[in-house]
Ligand binder design. Structure first.
Ligand SMILES: *[C@@H]1O[C@H](CO)[C@@H](O)[C@H](O)[C@H]1NC(C)=O
Ligand SMILES: *[C@@H]1O[C@H](CO)[C@@H](O)[C@H](O)[C@H]1NC(C)=O
Ligand SMILES: *[C@@H]1O[C@H](CO)[C@@H](O)[C@H](O)[C@H]1NC(C)=O
Ligand SMILES: *[C@@H]1O[C@H](CO)[C@@H](O)[C@H](O)[C@H]1NC(C)=O
Length: 487
């Protein structure tokens, strides 16, 4: 009896140890790749949308046919129109003019925001707070590109790029005498002045004119706040918006308790909105919302917008997850290492999906939302823009989905992936931030050995589970060895 019992237990223990040995080997090998991964701050990761000097680059290589297509243009009467940057310099815009086209792209630059005196002062000394060093020309990307290869749908349109020098997600209306920091936060007036000038100079307020107005991140927030206001200015022209990654959701951060009042970021936003910006938001939303700053949230402002909009938002907005509240709460470890982290991310993804319900059901609006860890698709980073823009749902890239939405007047072009319980990524955007890919092999080839990392993360997860089960079985069989033998 005892002999049988010992043999059985020993046998099971051997199986477990062999498995465990192999596990330990592979775990120690993959460990370095599984370390917490910190994103660059948004502000530093947007070199492609920063105006670049023509001469700087032409020294190195000849100017490409579609490079530096946008020319710096002064805003007339900028002082009287309050079109000023943080440091008081006059805001400008960049223009690529095609007199043969009646249609216009107006793109707002991305680049975070500033909320403390020091950070705003710091910002006012660089290109995100001052126009003093702006170059004469810059290259448009995404819908502002002149290259028909990159931008088949809109390359022939007139294009305007509005640099972001007010630190206020393009909603501010408060001058240096009124806001607590002694710096101008006039983003709303900058946007308004640009459109007024386009109306005066190019008569864009005509019925056969189409305007696509939007931007990434803070540019997307600026679009949501201003689009219906701008529609009034430019009517009878037809304006539509796009928002690339400027879609934050009201969701508690990891480590923040649910049902403990508004999420931390909402409180930060309230402070900036009222104390610094004297912010402008969509007027019909404002009239219905107890707190004006709530109208900066896509899910809340959406039903009040009359202009059609297109939204790009990853199921896991990496900026919201890792950057917004990092000083107050533990940031997410990506890829998640604990079941509680994976569970949190699963719920976060479901919440993103929930926040899009109205957009998905709308006949005039559209949305592209893959199961990815990502912030903006078009403007996150020049080095990885080819990667973020190559992300696909049902064979559609963000650009193709937007074009389809545009050309079908909103009836097509919506691509949304269903959220799962765990953060498992779309294979076309799988990165080291993901727990694993939804299909065994990513379809996109990356420069870095990301596939290895993804696979090992998943394998480690499964192996840990396996060991736990085998151990449980060993203990069980030792105690209830008779039942096991009978089985
Ligand atoms: C852009 O992304 C790549 C890859 O993620 C990273 O190595 C690089 O540092 C980033 N560049 C900037 C300027 O943030
Ligand atoms: C402009 O460039 C000069 C020289 O590179 C630099 O010292 C200065 O800080 C820059 N100012 C702004 C506002 O970007
Ligand atoms: C366009 O704007 C100009 C200047 O404000 C105005 O004179 C003109 O009547 C407008 N055109 C239309 C069609 O509304
Ligand atoms: C979209 O609307 C325009 C008028 O604004 C119309 O000319 C065009 O045929 C429509 N396209 C589709 C696909 O419905």
């Amino acid at each position: 009896m005892l002999y049988q019992r010992l043999v059985l237990t020993l046998w099971l223990a051997i199986i477990c140890c062999v498995g465990g040995w192999q596990d330990l080997g592979s775990v120690s090998r993959i460990q370095p790749y599984g370390r917490p991964f910190k994103l660059n701050s948004l502000r530093d990761s947007l070199p492609n949308t920063r105006p670049r000097a023509r001469r700087e680059s032409s020294r190195r290589r000849p100017r490409g046919k579609y490079e530096y297509n946008l020319k710096r243009t002064a805003i007339r009467d900028a002082k009287n129109r309050n079109a000023l940057c943080l440091d008081g310099s006059e805001a400008v815009f960049y223009l690529s003019r095609n007199p043969d086209s009646k249609h216009w792209i107006v793109q707002l630059q991305a680049g975070g925001s500033c909320g403390t005196y020091d950070s705003c002062l710091d910002r006012s000394k660089g290109s995100f707070g001052s126009s003093r060093n702006y170059s004469d020309f810059m290259t448009g990307t995404f819908v502002a590109s002149d290259d028909p290869g990159e931008n088949p749908m809109f390359s022939s349109w007139n294009k305007v790029f509005v640099p972001y020098c007010s630190g206020d997600v393009f909603v501010g209306r408060r001058g240096k005498n009124k806001n607590g920091h002694g710096m101008n936060m006039f983003g709303h007036f900058i946007v308004k002045s640009v459109f007024l000038q386009l109306i005066e100079d190019y008569r864009i307020n005509k019925s056969n004119t189409k305007i696509l107005f939007g931007g990434a991140s803070s540019g997307g927030l600026g679009m949501l706040a201003n689009i219906d206001f701008i529609q009034e200015l430019v009517k009878p022209a037809e304006i539509r918006g796009y928002n690339d990654g400027g879609w934050f959701t009201l969701y508690p951060n990891f480590g923040e308790t649910a049902n403990a009042g508004p999420p931390y970021f909402f409180k930060v936003l309230s402070f900036m909105f009222h104390t610094l910006w004297g912010g402008f938001v969509d007027e019909s939303c404002r009239a219905n919302m107890p707190k004006a700053e709530a109208c900066l949230y896509g899910e809340l402002v959406f039903k009040y917008l009359s202009a059609p909009v297109y939204v790009f938002v990853a199921q896991w907005d990496s900026y919201q997850l890792q950057e917004l509240v990092h000083s107050q709460f533990p940031t997410m470890r990506l890829p998640p290492e604990l079941p509680s982290e994976a569970e949190y991310l699963g719920k976060f993804g479901k919440n993103t999906h929930r926040s899009l319900r109205r957009v998905i059901n709308s006949q005039k609006d559209g949305v592209f939302s893959p199961a990815c860890f990502m912030h903006a698709f078009s403007g996150e980073n020049l080095t990885n823009a080819h990667r973020t823009l190559a992300c696909e749902i049902s064979g559609k890239t963000p650009y193709k989905a937007l074009s389809e939405w545009f050309i079908s007047n909103g009836t097509r072009g919506t691509y949304v992936e269903e959220p799962l319980d765990k953060p498992e990524c779309n294979p076309s955007c799988c990165s080291k931030l993901c727990l694993k890919c939804r299909k065994p092999k990513p379809t996109v080839e990356y420069d870095e050995p990301t596939e290895v990392i993804i696979e090992s993360g998943a394998v480690r997860w499964q192996q840990t589970t396996l060991i736990t089960w085998v151990l449980a079985f060993v203990v069980y069989s030792f105690v209830h060895w008779k039942d096991v033998v009978l089985l």
